[in-house]
Design a protein around this ligand. Structure first.
Ligand SMILES: [Zn+2]
Length: 622
């Protein structure tokens, strides 16, 4: 059958389900019914089932089929599932609203006591942005209702629109089956043959082959999908399940610590816990610098606002004219064009955010894998809200960080790497080298401008450490994670690990062991050459195993800029073909998927450094 016909039939099914679901939501959009659902008890006093459609059946909240239309009972189930999800989401929003209204401050702003009271009432996992949005909504309601507070969610919002989609997970083999066959998923589903099916004869089985992308593992179990229409095409949201082993919260020696930057998206540090219980790092700063992409996002956001303003302006002008006015069609056309462009820019921003976030997460997990690290320590986003006050084009939205956070969890779980969040408070305030949690760093714009206050650079007045601000923070995050392994709480429901206590300790920088020198050709073979005269050995006092802590100038940019007129030495095509060495020098070869992201390339340098490593140290007497 043609794609157009298929789109039409899937569209009819989506329309039937969403109309029935919308009706259920509208019928029960009131305080008593939401109370019943929130209590989670059926009429017989038993707890409601977790599955949404079963819960609604227990409550006798039936789906009403439109007059004269015949649908399978499984279609009813799908609509009840859809409605149950919308109503349960409303119950959650209502809890937040109740907490905010109950603790509404007497003054203009919440003081510390108000915040504590509010936090005590809120359900777990509510973000600062959610609180801010609900508070703004209540403010708007009070403004239009003479200072009165809303009683319930139904006062603030009308019943929400239900998405036109079919959650086939609620159905069974009477409506749909899905099997896997030769790299394809084969979806069988009953679709209506008309918009208003009158009987069983108006429904027919359809077989839809769905090509599986290479990201779906061969042993993955595919589950019932969700069907929807998007842009004149049928979309199949196909969940799949792979088995991952549960990660252990403690007992880690090698870690990757990650700091959220403001203009760089992430800065990482490799850390090792020695037998003596100290944390050492090899001094490398791993960074994912997305400054160019965030500037692009900033431009796009500005363009989006401009288009929205133009669309509204033309629409307002057209509304002010009589319908017979000759200028009206032209204004409508202009408003329509702005609307279409606005939607395209919105889609572009969404897509860029998502791609950037997944690319950064992939980069972080690749680095952890290359280091043979067993754990990634990352700042807790919920404790991060107060930081990064910088505005302007360098700023990445918190939404991107949220997606990166989830993506790191996802990708790390697949590779068996643990992810543990650590408290973010004060990570860039104190010195990682002193490590006592009390020596404050001086923040300056650059290492040679130590008399000015700034953001980018951190210097320690006590031990003389001078490094990038994010690098210092990443070191402290690594130390906090590795030293507090006995204080990790694991959420029983999600399996996520959180460090509950802040344990401070210093981070020492150690050299990596040098690779063993290549063997000299034996005497007598090869061309004769005059032997190089032996250099006198350097005085012992000048040899140091420590890496210099102090830099007098910022490190050169990792790529993109070079002095005018100088070609990079490795630009020769033969050098480009030589592989790893070239990749090391040219950051553009790291496959981030972006031309303008400067990300530290993933190298084969393992976490084998510092005291007590397994690799033999080179004999210094040779
Ligand atoms: Zn210090």
């Amino acid at each position: 059958m043609s794609e157009r016909l298929l789109v039409q039939r899937v569209g009819w099914l989506c329309g039937l389900v969403s109309a029935m679901a919308g009706r259920i939501v509208a019928e029960h959009w009131n305080s008593p019914d939401l109370d019943v659902l929130a209590a989670g008890l059926g009429a017989d006093g038993r707890g409601l089932p977790a599955k949404g459609w079963m819960a609604l059946r227990r409550l006798d909240w039936a789906a009403t089929v439109p007059e004269g239309v015949y649908v399978n009972d499984r279609v009813r189930r799908c609509s009840q599932e859809e409605a149950a999800r919308a109503l349960r989401l409303a119950v959650h929003r209502r809890q937040i609203l109740t907490a905010i209204v109950t603790t509404w401050p007497q003054g203009a702003r919440r003081d510390d006591a108000d915040w504590r009271a509010l936090r005590a009432l809120l359900p777990p996992g509510v973000s600062a942005a959610q609180i801010a949005n609900r508070t703004r909504q209540v403010h708007a309601y009070r403004h239009s209702h003479h200072g009165e507070l809303p009683h319930d969610l139904a006062d603030l919002e009308t019943a929400p629109a239900v998405a036109a989609q079919v959650l086939l997970a609620a159905a069974d083999r009477q409506l749909t089956t899905i099997t896997r066959h030769d790299g394809q998923a084969v979806l069988r589903v009953q679709l209506p043959l008309t918009a208003q099916p009158r009987g069983r004869a108006d429904w027919a089985w359809h077989v839809l082959p769905v090509a599986l992308p290479p990201t779906v593992a061969a042993d993955a179990k595919i589950c019932a999908p969700t069907l929807r229409i998007s842009g004149h095409r049928v979309r199949v949201d196909l969940p799949h399940r792979v088995t991952v082993t549960a990660t252990k919260p403690s007992g880690h020696r090698l870690a990757l610590g990650l700091d959220w930057g403001v203009n760089t998206l992430m800065t990482g540090v490799a850390g090792r816990l020695t037998d003596q219980g100290r944390v050492v790092t090899d001094g490398r700063m791993l960074r994912y610098d997305a400054t160019a992409i965030s500037a692009k996002l900033h431009r796009l956001r500005g363009h989006r606002e401009h288009l929205a303003a133009r669309r509204d302006h033309h629409a307002a002008l057209a509304a002010g004219l009589p319908a017979t006015d000759p200028r009206t069609p032209r204004l409508h056309a202009l408003a329509e064009r702005a609307r279409v462009e606005h939607e395209r820019v919105c889609a572009r921003i969404r897509h860029l955010n998502k791609t950037l976030a997944w690319s950064a997460a992939r980069w972080a997990v690749d680095h952890a894998t290359a280091l043979h690290a067993t754990v990634i320590y990352i700042e807790d986003l919920s404790t991060l809200q107060a930081r990064g006050t910088r505005k302007g084009n360098a700023r990445l939205s918190g939404q991107v960080r949220g997606v990166v956070f989830e993506a790191i969890h996802h990708l790390a779980a697949k590779t068996g790497i643990t992810v543990v969040t650590v408290p973010a408070r004060g990570t860039s305030k104190y010195c990682p080298r002193c490590g006592n949690g009390s020596t404050e760093l001086a923040h300056t714009p650059a290492p040679d401008r130590s008399d000015q206050r700034g953001w980018k650079w951190a210097g320690c007045p006590r031990c003389g450490l001078s490094t990038d601000r994010d690098h210092a923070a990443a070191m402290r995050i690594t130390a906090r994670g590795l030293l507090a392994q006995n204080h990790v709480r694991t959420d029983r429901k999600t399996g996520r690990h959180t460090t509950t206590t802040t344990v401070e300790g210093n981070v020492a920088t150690v050299r990596r062991p040098k690779p063993c020198p290549a063997k000299q050709p034996a005497a007598g073979r090869g061309p004769k050459s005059t032997p190089t005269p032996k250099r006198p050995p350097a005085p012992a006092s000048k040899l140091s195993h420590r890496v210099p802590d102090r830099r007098t100038a910022p490190a050169p940019p990792s790529g993109g800029q070079r002095p005018a007129g100088q070609e990079p030495k490795n630009h020769h095509p033969r050098a480009a073909a030589s592989g790893p060495a070239h990749e090391l020098l040219n950051p553009r070869h790291h496959p981030t998927g972006f031309h303008h992201v400067h990300a530290t390339p993933v190298t084969a340098l393992s976490g084998d450094f510092g005291p007590g490593t397994t690799r033999p140290r080179p004999d210094r007497n040779v």
